[in-house]
Design a binder for this molecule. Structure first.
Ligand code: LLP
Length: 477
Protein backbone atom coordinates (compact mmCIF):
# COMPACT_ATOMS: atom_id res chain seq x y z
CA UNK A 1 0.00 0.00 0.00
CA UNK A 2 1.24 3.48 -0.81
CA UNK A 3 2.43 5.48 2.20
CA UNK A 4 1.01 8.98 2.35
CA UNK A 5 1.45 11.95 4.66
CA UNK A 6 -0.27 15.34 4.64
CA UNK A 7 3.12 17.06 4.58
CA UNK A 8 4.27 15.03 1.60
CA UNK A 9 5.61 11.62 0.80
CA UNK A 10 9.03 12.30 2.33
CA UNK A 11 7.33 12.59 5.74
CA UNK A 12 5.58 9.23 5.52
CA UNK A 13 6.67 6.50 7.96
CA UNK A 14 9.49 4.42 6.61
CA UNK A 15 10.60 7.06 4.14
CA UNK A 16 13.70 8.00 6.08
CA UNK A 17 15.43 5.19 4.23
CA UNK A 18 15.02 7.07 0.98
CA UNK A 19 18.49 7.60 -0.41
CA UNK A 20 19.08 11.31 -0.82
CA UNK A 21 22.40 10.81 -2.52
CA UNK A 22 22.36 8.95 -5.83
CA UNK A 23 24.43 5.78 -5.84
CA UNK A 24 26.92 7.16 -8.37
CA UNK A 25 27.70 10.29 -6.34
CA UNK A 26 30.38 9.94 -3.69
CA UNK A 27 31.92 12.75 -1.63
CA UNK A 28 34.99 13.83 -3.59
CA UNK A 29 38.46 13.45 -2.13
CA UNK A 30 39.25 16.84 -3.67
CA UNK A 31 36.32 19.17 -4.09
CA UNK A 32 38.31 21.23 -6.63
CA UNK A 33 38.96 18.33 -8.99
CA UNK A 34 37.83 18.74 -12.60
CA UNK A 35 36.99 15.28 -13.93
CA UNK A 36 38.38 15.36 -17.50
CA UNK A 37 35.46 13.51 -19.07
CA UNK A 38 33.05 16.24 -17.94
CA UNK A 39 34.97 19.28 -19.12
CA UNK A 40 36.00 20.80 -22.43
CA UNK A 41 39.58 20.04 -23.34
CA UNK A 42 41.22 23.38 -22.46
CA UNK A 43 39.50 23.70 -19.07
CA UNK A 44 41.90 23.72 -16.13
CA UNK A 45 42.45 25.40 -12.77
CA UNK A 46 44.98 28.21 -12.89
CA UNK A 47 47.66 28.89 -10.30
CA UNK A 48 45.14 30.93 -8.30
CA UNK A 49 42.73 28.00 -8.24
CA UNK A 50 40.18 29.62 -10.57
CA UNK A 51 38.85 27.75 -13.60
CA UNK A 52 40.34 28.79 -16.95
CA UNK A 53 39.23 27.89 -20.45
CA UNK A 54 40.81 28.81 -23.77
CA UNK A 55 43.43 30.78 -21.85
CA UNK A 56 40.91 32.99 -20.03
CA UNK A 57 39.81 32.90 -16.41
CA UNK A 58 36.14 32.69 -15.53
CA UNK A 59 36.52 36.00 -13.66
CA UNK A 60 37.65 37.71 -16.87
CA UNK A 61 34.78 36.13 -18.81
CA UNK A 62 32.20 37.11 -16.21
CA UNK A 63 33.58 40.66 -16.04
CA UNK A 64 33.45 41.08 -19.80
CA UNK A 65 30.23 39.24 -20.66
CA UNK A 66 28.24 38.97 -17.43
CA UNK A 67 26.51 35.90 -16.02
CA UNK A 68 24.81 33.57 -16.62
CA UNK A 69 27.02 32.81 -19.58
CA UNK A 70 27.47 29.83 -21.88
CA UNK A 71 31.22 29.46 -22.40
CA UNK A 72 32.12 27.37 -25.44
CA UNK A 73 35.64 26.04 -25.93
CA UNK A 74 36.19 26.34 -29.69
CA UNK A 75 39.06 23.87 -29.73
CA UNK A 76 36.91 21.30 -27.97
CA UNK A 77 33.86 21.71 -30.22
CA UNK A 78 35.90 21.64 -33.42
CA UNK A 79 38.10 18.87 -32.13
CA UNK A 80 35.11 16.63 -31.50
CA UNK A 81 33.51 17.52 -34.84
CA UNK A 82 36.72 16.68 -36.69
CA UNK A 83 37.19 13.52 -34.62
CA UNK A 84 33.73 12.31 -35.71
CA UNK A 85 34.44 13.30 -39.31
CA UNK A 86 37.77 11.46 -39.38
CA UNK A 87 36.65 8.42 -37.40
CA UNK A 88 33.71 7.80 -39.72
CA UNK A 89 35.74 8.48 -42.86
CA UNK A 90 38.33 5.95 -41.73
CA UNK A 91 35.98 3.25 -40.40
CA UNK A 92 33.85 3.20 -43.55
CA UNK A 93 36.63 3.87 -46.09
CA UNK A 94 36.86 0.27 -47.28
CA UNK A 95 33.12 -0.38 -47.03
CA UNK A 96 31.60 2.55 -48.92
CA UNK A 97 34.37 5.05 -49.54
CA UNK A 98 33.86 6.80 -46.18
CA UNK A 99 30.88 8.11 -44.26
CA UNK A 100 29.41 11.57 -43.81
CA UNK A 101 28.81 13.31 -40.49
CA UNK A 102 25.80 15.62 -40.35
CA UNK A 103 26.06 17.74 -37.20
CA UNK A 104 22.56 17.98 -35.65
CA UNK A 105 22.03 21.72 -35.39
CA UNK A 106 19.15 21.37 -32.92
CA UNK A 107 21.78 20.73 -30.23
CA UNK A 108 23.14 24.25 -30.76
CA UNK A 109 23.75 26.38 -33.81
CA UNK A 110 24.91 29.92 -34.51
CA UNK A 111 26.38 31.36 -37.68
CA UNK A 112 29.84 31.22 -36.12
CA UNK A 113 29.45 27.52 -35.37
CA UNK A 114 28.16 26.80 -38.88
CA UNK A 115 31.23 28.59 -40.23
CA UNK A 116 33.54 26.26 -38.29
CA UNK A 117 31.63 23.25 -39.52
CA UNK A 118 31.77 24.49 -43.11
CA UNK A 119 35.54 24.99 -42.81
CA UNK A 120 36.01 21.63 -41.15
CA UNK A 121 34.06 19.74 -43.80
CA UNK A 122 31.06 18.50 -41.84
CA UNK A 123 27.49 18.42 -43.11
CA UNK A 124 24.41 19.71 -41.26
CA UNK A 125 21.16 18.16 -40.10
CA UNK A 126 18.54 20.92 -39.81
CA UNK A 127 14.90 20.68 -38.71
CA UNK A 128 13.48 24.08 -39.53
CA UNK A 129 13.97 27.00 -41.83
CA UNK A 130 15.70 28.86 -38.97
CA UNK A 131 18.34 26.16 -38.52
CA UNK A 132 18.71 25.92 -42.29
CA UNK A 133 19.18 29.68 -42.52
CA UNK A 134 21.98 29.71 -39.92
CA UNK A 135 23.73 26.85 -41.71
CA UNK A 136 23.59 28.69 -45.04
CA UNK A 137 24.72 31.95 -43.44
CA UNK A 138 27.73 30.14 -42.04
CA UNK A 139 28.64 29.06 -45.55
CA UNK A 140 27.70 25.39 -45.44
CA UNK A 141 26.91 24.46 -49.05
CA UNK A 142 23.26 23.52 -49.62
CA UNK A 143 24.21 20.08 -50.89
CA UNK A 144 25.78 19.33 -47.49
CA UNK A 145 22.56 20.13 -45.62
CA UNK A 146 19.66 17.82 -44.73
CA UNK A 147 16.17 19.04 -43.83
CA UNK A 148 14.21 17.03 -41.26
CA UNK A 149 10.89 17.44 -39.49
CA UNK A 150 7.57 15.68 -39.04
CA UNK A 151 5.55 18.74 -40.07
CA UNK A 152 7.61 20.81 -42.46
CA UNK A 153 5.79 23.74 -43.99
CA UNK A 154 5.67 24.20 -47.74
CA UNK A 155 7.72 27.37 -47.23
CA UNK A 156 10.42 25.37 -45.45
CA UNK A 157 10.49 22.74 -48.16
CA UNK A 158 10.66 25.43 -50.82
CA UNK A 159 13.48 27.23 -49.03
CA UNK A 160 15.40 23.97 -48.74
CA UNK A 161 14.95 23.10 -52.41
CA UNK A 162 15.94 26.59 -53.52
CA UNK A 163 19.09 26.22 -51.39
CA UNK A 164 19.79 22.95 -53.19
CA UNK A 165 19.82 20.81 -50.05
CA UNK A 166 21.38 17.40 -50.39
CA UNK A 167 18.42 15.62 -48.83
CA UNK A 168 14.95 16.17 -47.48
CA UNK A 169 14.10 13.46 -44.97
CA UNK A 170 10.43 12.67 -45.57
CA UNK A 171 8.53 11.75 -42.43
CA UNK A 172 5.00 10.81 -43.53
CA UNK A 173 2.98 9.53 -46.49
CA UNK A 174 1.33 12.93 -47.01
CA UNK A 175 4.69 14.61 -47.13
CA UNK A 176 5.70 12.53 -50.16
CA UNK A 177 3.10 14.44 -52.15
CA UNK A 178 3.88 17.81 -50.61
CA UNK A 179 7.61 17.59 -51.38
CA UNK A 180 6.82 16.37 -54.91
CA UNK A 181 4.41 19.26 -55.48
CA UNK A 182 6.86 21.88 -54.24
CA UNK A 183 9.64 20.33 -56.34
CA UNK A 184 7.36 20.37 -59.38
CA UNK A 185 6.51 24.02 -58.81
CA UNK A 186 10.22 24.85 -58.79
CA UNK A 187 11.03 22.57 -61.70
CA UNK A 188 13.56 20.55 -59.70
CA UNK A 189 13.95 16.96 -58.62
CA UNK A 190 14.05 16.67 -54.83
CA UNK A 191 16.59 14.26 -53.31
CA UNK A 192 14.74 12.48 -50.49
CA UNK A 193 15.33 9.95 -47.79
CA UNK A 194 12.57 8.24 -45.84
CA UNK A 195 12.61 8.30 -42.06
CA UNK A 196 11.80 4.78 -40.93
CA UNK A 197 10.52 3.81 -37.49
CA UNK A 198 12.32 0.56 -36.88
CA UNK A 199 10.61 -0.41 -33.62
CA UNK A 200 13.66 -0.17 -31.36
CA UNK A 201 13.15 0.97 -27.79
CA UNK A 202 16.33 2.87 -27.02
CA UNK A 203 17.41 2.82 -23.38
CA UNK A 204 16.96 6.50 -22.65
CA UNK A 205 14.33 8.88 -21.30
CA UNK A 206 11.02 8.21 -23.05
CA UNK A 207 10.71 11.83 -24.15
CA UNK A 208 13.86 11.51 -26.24
CA UNK A 209 13.51 7.93 -27.53
CA UNK A 210 12.27 8.11 -31.09
CA UNK A 211 12.15 4.79 -32.87
CA UNK A 212 9.56 2.83 -30.87
CA UNK A 213 6.21 2.64 -32.63
CA UNK A 214 3.94 4.81 -30.49
CA UNK A 215 5.27 8.28 -31.35
CA UNK A 216 5.03 10.98 -33.96
CA UNK A 217 8.17 10.44 -36.01
CA UNK A 218 8.74 8.38 -39.10
CA UNK A 219 7.16 5.70 -41.23
CA UNK A 220 6.54 2.49 -39.39
CA UNK A 221 8.21 -0.63 -40.69
CA UNK A 222 5.89 -3.07 -38.96
CA UNK A 223 2.65 -1.47 -40.15
CA UNK A 224 3.75 -1.26 -43.77
CA UNK A 225 3.81 2.56 -43.90
CA UNK A 226 7.51 2.48 -44.73
CA UNK A 227 6.99 0.13 -47.67
CA UNK A 228 4.01 2.18 -48.89
CA UNK A 229 6.07 5.38 -48.75
CA UNK A 230 8.86 3.79 -50.79
CA UNK A 231 6.37 2.74 -53.47
CA UNK A 232 4.81 6.19 -53.46
CA UNK A 233 8.13 8.01 -53.79
CA UNK A 234 9.12 5.80 -56.70
CA UNK A 235 5.98 6.82 -58.62
CA UNK A 236 6.90 10.52 -58.42
CA UNK A 237 9.37 11.72 -61.07
CA UNK A 238 9.92 14.91 -59.03
CA UNK A 239 11.56 12.82 -56.28
CA UNK A 240 14.83 10.92 -56.24
CA UNK A 241 14.99 8.31 -53.49
CA UNK A 242 18.46 8.36 -51.94
CA UNK A 243 17.78 5.85 -49.22
CA UNK A 244 16.48 5.16 -45.74
CA UNK A 245 17.01 6.95 -42.45
CA UNK A 246 16.59 5.96 -38.83
CA UNK A 247 17.21 7.80 -35.56
CA UNK A 248 16.50 5.74 -32.48
CA UNK A 249 16.84 8.32 -29.71
CA UNK A 250 19.28 10.42 -27.77
CA UNK A 251 21.85 10.07 -24.95
CA UNK A 252 22.37 6.38 -25.79
CA UNK A 253 25.39 4.44 -24.52
CA UNK A 254 24.46 0.92 -25.56
CA UNK A 255 25.27 0.12 -29.19
CA UNK A 256 22.73 -2.75 -29.18
CA UNK A 257 19.90 -0.46 -30.29
CA UNK A 258 21.93 0.76 -33.26
CA UNK A 259 22.66 -2.83 -34.20
CA UNK A 260 19.00 -3.84 -34.31
CA UNK A 261 18.10 -0.63 -36.08
CA UNK A 262 20.79 -1.05 -38.76
CA UNK A 263 19.77 -4.65 -39.33
CA UNK A 264 16.12 -3.76 -39.84
CA UNK A 265 16.94 -0.77 -42.02
CA UNK A 266 19.27 -2.83 -44.20
CA UNK A 267 16.59 -5.50 -44.45
CA UNK A 268 14.15 -2.97 -45.87
CA UNK A 269 16.90 -1.51 -48.05
CA UNK A 270 17.49 -4.93 -49.60
CA UNK A 271 13.78 -5.58 -50.13
CA UNK A 272 13.33 -2.22 -51.83
CA UNK A 273 16.30 -2.74 -54.13
CA UNK A 274 15.15 -6.24 -55.10
CA UNK A 275 11.41 -5.63 -55.43
CA UNK A 276 11.62 -2.30 -57.20
CA UNK A 277 14.82 -2.89 -59.17
CA UNK A 278 16.42 0.31 -57.90
CA UNK A 279 19.68 1.15 -56.18
CA UNK A 280 19.53 3.15 -52.98
CA UNK A 281 22.92 4.87 -52.78
CA UNK A 282 22.71 6.14 -49.19
CA UNK A 283 21.63 5.27 -45.65
CA UNK A 284 21.54 7.40 -42.51
CA UNK A 285 21.81 5.83 -39.07
CA UNK A 286 20.94 8.99 -37.11
CA UNK A 287 22.58 10.39 -33.99
CA UNK A 288 22.03 9.91 -30.29
CA UNK A 289 25.50 9.06 -28.97
CA UNK A 290 25.67 9.71 -25.24
CA UNK A 291 27.93 12.10 -23.32
CA UNK A 292 29.12 12.32 -19.71
CA UNK A 293 27.11 14.72 -17.58
CA UNK A 294 28.31 13.18 -14.31
CA UNK A 295 30.94 10.72 -13.11
CA UNK A 296 28.32 8.02 -13.72
CA UNK A 297 28.50 8.24 -17.51
CA UNK A 298 31.20 6.59 -19.59
CA UNK A 299 30.59 7.44 -23.24
CA UNK A 300 32.29 5.77 -26.17
CA UNK A 301 34.60 7.92 -28.26
CA UNK A 302 34.01 8.66 -31.96
CA UNK A 303 36.49 6.01 -33.11
CA UNK A 304 34.83 3.32 -31.08
CA UNK A 305 31.35 4.37 -32.19
CA UNK A 306 32.40 4.50 -35.85
CA UNK A 307 34.21 1.18 -35.60
CA UNK A 308 31.26 -0.57 -33.97
CA UNK A 309 28.79 0.83 -36.51
CA UNK A 310 31.08 -0.13 -39.40
CA UNK A 311 31.30 -3.68 -38.05
CA UNK A 312 27.52 -3.88 -37.78
CA UNK A 313 26.95 -2.53 -41.30
CA UNK A 314 29.66 -4.72 -42.84
CA UNK A 315 28.28 -7.86 -41.18
CA UNK A 316 24.68 -7.16 -42.12
CA UNK A 317 25.42 -6.23 -45.72
CA UNK A 318 27.45 -9.40 -46.11
CA UNK A 319 24.71 -11.51 -44.52
CA UNK A 320 22.06 -9.94 -46.73
CA UNK A 321 24.20 -10.00 -49.86
CA UNK A 322 23.95 -6.29 -50.63
CA UNK A 323 26.42 -3.57 -51.56
CA UNK A 324 27.14 -1.17 -48.68
CA UNK A 325 25.34 2.15 -49.25
CA UNK A 326 27.13 5.40 -48.40
CA UNK A 327 26.54 5.74 -44.66
CA UNK A 328 25.89 8.94 -42.73
CA UNK A 329 25.26 9.75 -39.07
CA UNK A 330 23.87 12.78 -37.24
CA UNK A 331 25.56 13.42 -33.88
CA UNK A 332 24.54 16.62 -32.11
CA UNK A 333 25.03 16.23 -28.37
CA UNK A 334 28.29 14.27 -28.63
CA UNK A 335 29.91 17.18 -30.48
CA UNK A 336 28.29 20.14 -28.73
CA UNK A 337 27.52 19.21 -25.11
CA UNK A 338 31.03 18.73 -23.69
CA UNK A 339 32.35 21.90 -25.37
CA UNK A 340 30.44 24.27 -23.10
CA UNK A 341 29.89 25.08 -19.47
CA UNK A 342 27.41 27.52 -18.03
CA UNK A 343 28.90 30.12 -15.72
CA UNK A 344 26.59 31.36 -12.97
CA UNK A 345 26.98 33.68 -10.02
CA UNK A 346 25.84 32.31 -6.69
CA UNK A 347 23.28 34.28 -4.69
CA UNK A 348 21.50 32.89 -1.67
CA UNK A 349 22.18 29.56 -0.02
CA UNK A 350 19.86 27.66 2.28
CA UNK A 351 20.28 24.50 4.33
CA UNK A 352 17.39 22.09 4.58
CA UNK A 353 17.29 19.20 7.03
CA UNK A 354 16.05 15.99 5.49
CA UNK A 355 14.99 12.83 7.24
CA UNK A 356 17.67 10.58 8.61
CA UNK A 357 19.95 13.45 9.60
CA UNK A 358 20.74 14.33 6.01
CA UNK A 359 21.20 17.99 5.22
CA UNK A 360 20.93 19.47 1.76
CA UNK A 361 22.18 22.89 0.78
CA UNK A 362 20.21 24.81 -1.82
CA UNK A 363 22.57 27.01 -3.81
CA UNK A 364 20.70 29.60 -5.87
CA UNK A 365 22.24 30.92 -9.06
CA UNK A 366 21.32 33.80 -11.36
CA UNK A 367 19.83 31.59 -14.11
CA UNK A 368 17.92 28.33 -13.96
CA UNK A 369 15.37 26.41 -15.96
CA UNK A 370 15.24 29.21 -18.55
CA UNK A 371 18.85 28.49 -19.60
CA UNK A 372 18.84 24.75 -18.83
CA UNK A 373 15.45 23.07 -18.88
CA UNK A 374 16.86 19.57 -19.22
CA UNK A 375 16.91 18.83 -15.50
CA UNK A 376 13.25 19.79 -15.09
CA UNK A 377 12.16 18.24 -18.38
CA UNK A 378 14.08 14.97 -18.48
CA UNK A 379 15.17 14.57 -14.87
CA UNK A 380 18.68 14.98 -16.29
CA UNK A 381 21.75 14.85 -14.06
CA UNK A 382 24.50 17.47 -14.19
CA UNK A 383 27.62 18.30 -12.22
CA UNK A 384 28.96 21.60 -10.93
CA UNK A 385 32.13 23.07 -9.53
CA UNK A 386 33.11 26.22 -7.68
CA UNK A 387 34.84 28.06 -10.52
CA UNK A 388 36.08 31.44 -9.27
CA UNK A 389 38.49 29.94 -6.73
CA UNK A 390 39.69 26.72 -5.20
CA UNK A 391 38.40 25.88 -1.76
CA UNK A 392 39.87 24.04 1.19
CA UNK A 393 36.44 23.42 2.69
CA UNK A 394 34.84 19.96 2.66
CA UNK A 395 32.11 19.12 0.14
CA UNK A 396 28.51 19.37 1.29
CA UNK A 397 25.54 17.77 -0.44
CA UNK A 398 24.12 20.57 -2.56
CA UNK A 399 21.41 21.26 -5.08
CA UNK A 400 21.94 24.06 -7.57
CA UNK A 401 18.68 25.86 -8.22
CA UNK A 402 17.67 28.82 -10.35
CA UNK A 403 15.76 32.03 -9.72
CA UNK A 404 12.44 31.06 -11.28
CA UNK A 405 9.12 30.89 -9.48
CA UNK A 406 8.90 27.15 -9.54
CA UNK A 407 10.18 24.51 -7.14
CA UNK A 408 11.19 22.29 -10.07
CA UNK A 409 13.64 24.99 -11.16
CA UNK A 410 16.68 22.82 -10.54
CA UNK A 411 19.89 22.95 -12.56
CA UNK A 412 21.99 20.33 -10.75
CA UNK A 413 20.07 17.90 -8.57
CA UNK A 414 22.98 16.49 -6.60
CA UNK A 415 26.56 17.63 -6.21
CA UNK A 416 29.09 18.01 -3.42
CA UNK A 417 30.08 21.69 -3.39
CA UNK A 418 32.55 23.26 -0.98
CA UNK A 419 30.96 24.23 2.32
CA UNK A 420 32.23 27.80 2.01
CA UNK A 421 30.74 28.48 -1.44
CA UNK A 422 28.36 31.41 -1.25
CA UNK A 423 27.16 34.73 -2.59
CA UNK A 424 29.40 36.24 -5.25
CA UNK A 425 31.19 33.00 -6.10
CA UNK A 426 31.09 31.78 -9.68
CA UNK A 427 29.80 28.29 -10.32
CA UNK A 428 30.36 26.32 -13.54
CA UNK A 429 28.07 23.55 -14.83
CA UNK A 430 29.71 21.47 -17.58
CA UNK A 431 28.08 19.67 -20.49
CA UNK A 432 25.65 22.45 -21.37
CA UNK A 433 26.61 22.89 -25.03
CA UNK A 434 23.69 20.83 -26.35
CA UNK A 435 19.99 21.44 -25.84
CA UNK A 436 20.47 24.23 -23.30
CA UNK A 437 20.74 27.53 -25.22
CA UNK A 438 18.77 25.91 -28.04
CA UNK A 439 15.91 25.09 -25.63
CA UNK A 440 16.18 28.24 -23.53
CA UNK A 441 13.08 30.25 -22.69
CA UNK A 442 12.10 33.64 -21.31
CA UNK A 443 10.13 32.22 -18.40
CA UNK A 444 9.53 34.94 -15.79
CA UNK A 445 10.63 37.48 -18.43
CA UNK A 446 14.22 36.44 -17.88
CA UNK A 447 16.57 37.30 -20.72
CA UNK A 448 18.52 34.48 -22.32
CA UNK A 449 22.31 34.39 -21.72
CA UNK A 450 24.99 35.04 -24.31
CA UNK A 451 27.08 32.27 -25.82
CA UNK A 452 30.77 33.12 -26.12
CA UNK A 453 33.45 31.00 -27.67
CA UNK A 454 36.96 31.11 -26.30
CA UNK A 455 40.25 30.28 -27.94
CA UNK A 456 43.88 31.27 -27.30
CA UNK A 457 43.03 33.97 -24.79
CA UNK A 458 40.30 35.59 -26.90
CA UNK A 459 36.55 35.43 -26.32
CA UNK A 460 34.08 35.96 -29.15
CA UNK A 461 30.33 36.45 -28.84
CA UNK A 462 28.51 33.81 -30.89
CA UNK A 463 25.04 34.77 -29.66
CA UNK A 464 24.65 38.01 -27.76
CA UNK A 465 22.86 38.26 -24.44
CA UNK A 466 19.21 39.22 -24.70
CA UNK A 467 18.29 42.56 -23.20
CA UNK A 468 15.11 43.59 -21.40
CA UNK A 469 14.52 45.82 -24.43
CA UNK A 470 14.58 42.75 -26.70
CA UNK A 471 11.76 41.26 -24.66
CA UNK A 472 9.80 44.49 -24.40
CA UNK A 473 10.07 44.96 -28.15
CA UNK A 474 7.84 41.89 -28.60
CA UNK A 475 5.16 43.27 -26.33
CA UNK A 476 2.46 44.93 -28.42
CA UNK A 477 1.66 47.44 -25.70
N1 LLP B 1 19.02 13.14 -35.92
C1 LLP B 1 17.71 13.26 -35.68
C2 LLP B 1 16.77 12.89 -36.71
C3 LLP B 1 17.26 13.71 -34.43
O1 LLP B 1 15.96 13.81 -34.21
C4 LLP B 1 18.20 14.06 -33.45
C5 LLP B 1 17.76 14.53 -32.14
C6 LLP B 1 19.56 13.95 -33.74
C7 LLP B 1 19.95 13.47 -34.98
C8 LLP B 1 20.65 14.33 -32.76
O2 LLP B 1 20.63 13.58 -31.60
P1 LLP B 1 21.87 13.71 -30.57
O3 LLP B 1 23.09 13.14 -31.24
O4 LLP B 1 22.04 15.14 -30.28
O5 LLP B 1 21.46 12.94 -29.39
N2 LLP B 1 16.19 17.82 -26.34
C9 LLP B 1 16.62 16.48 -26.00
C10 LLP B 1 17.17 15.76 -27.17
C11 LLP B 1 16.21 15.70 -28.32
C12 LLP B 1 16.85 15.12 -29.51
C13 LLP B 1 15.97 15.25 -30.69
N3 LLP B 1 16.53 14.72 -31.86
C14 LLP B 1 17.63 16.56 -24.86
O6 LLP B 1 17.93 17.65 -24.41
O7 LLP B 1 18.11 15.53 -24.40
Amino acid sequence: MARTHEAGQLHAPGSSSIAYVPAWLTPPADVNELLPKLWARTVERGADGAVRVGGLSVAELAAEHGTPLYVLDEADFRGRAVAFRDAFAAAFADLCGGADVYYATKAFIATGVARWLAQDGLSLDTSSSGELELGLRGGVPGERIALHGNNKSRAEIEKALRAGVGRIVVDSLQEVDVVAEVAASLGVVAPVMLRITVGVEAHTHSYIATAHEDQKFGLSLSSGAAQAAVAKVLTRPELRLLGLHSHIGSQIFDMGGFEVSARRLLGLHRTVEREHGVTLPEMDLGGGFGVAYTSEHDPLGPEEIAGRLADIVARECLAQGIAVPRISVEPGRAIAAPSTFTLYEVGTTKDVDLDGGVRRRYVSVDGGMSDNVRTALYDADYSATLASRASGAPGVLSRVVGKHCESGDVVVKDEFLPADAGAGDLLAVPGTGAYCRSMASNYNQITRPAVVSVRDGVSTVLVRRETPEDLLSLDAG
